[in-house]
Design a protein around this ligand. Sequence first.
Ligand code: SF4
Length: 205
Amino acid sequence: MEDRGKKVKIAINGGIGFGAKLNSKQLLTISKYMNEDDELELTTFQQLYVEIPEDKKDEIIEEFQSVGLACYPVGNFVKSLRTCNFCKGEEEEGMPVAKELNRRIAGKAVPFTLKVAYTGCPVGCGEPMLNDIGVMKIRDHYNLYVGGKAKGKDAEVGKLLKENLTPEELYETVEKMIEVYSQMGKKRETFYKFINRVGSDILIG
Ligand code: SF4
């Protein structure tokens, strides 16, 4: 690939599944659009950043998706769900719910990058307490945490906002929270700061 024209950065991963894996076909497809000296950036949120030619963006994303890669925008958007490895099985750990939640919210425009983490049992391998929004499956229901902050000297764990939610209640509550943040958050105001400014009750009010 020698196209040295204008590039656009996108985030990609292998979608929600067991572990955060890429297969060789996906790697080969990504490398088709990289020059020898190009770099792939590995983020802390189970995404890879890759720069692709802007004028071929749509067709390249289509090709990526045809081999099972999920593609997301980079910047002030809801990130794709960070998940645990679903070690106890797809159904038992609620992978379909994680996929549906991701489908509904990932890529939505927000005042500042929003990180949502999902974990399939209370062991919490997906670190839901350390992200803006955290979901923890407990038996057949879901607990929802908000306001986790992993970075900085003032790092904090998230607080329980709602518990025992059904999947449908979970989707609706998270979608509503993101809508409130989008409408009332100041430009570049993090979710953590937003909650501290307005209080978490407003998210579900
Ligand atoms: S959170 Fe639970 S289901 Fe998910 S990887 Fe950890 S132990 Fe397994």
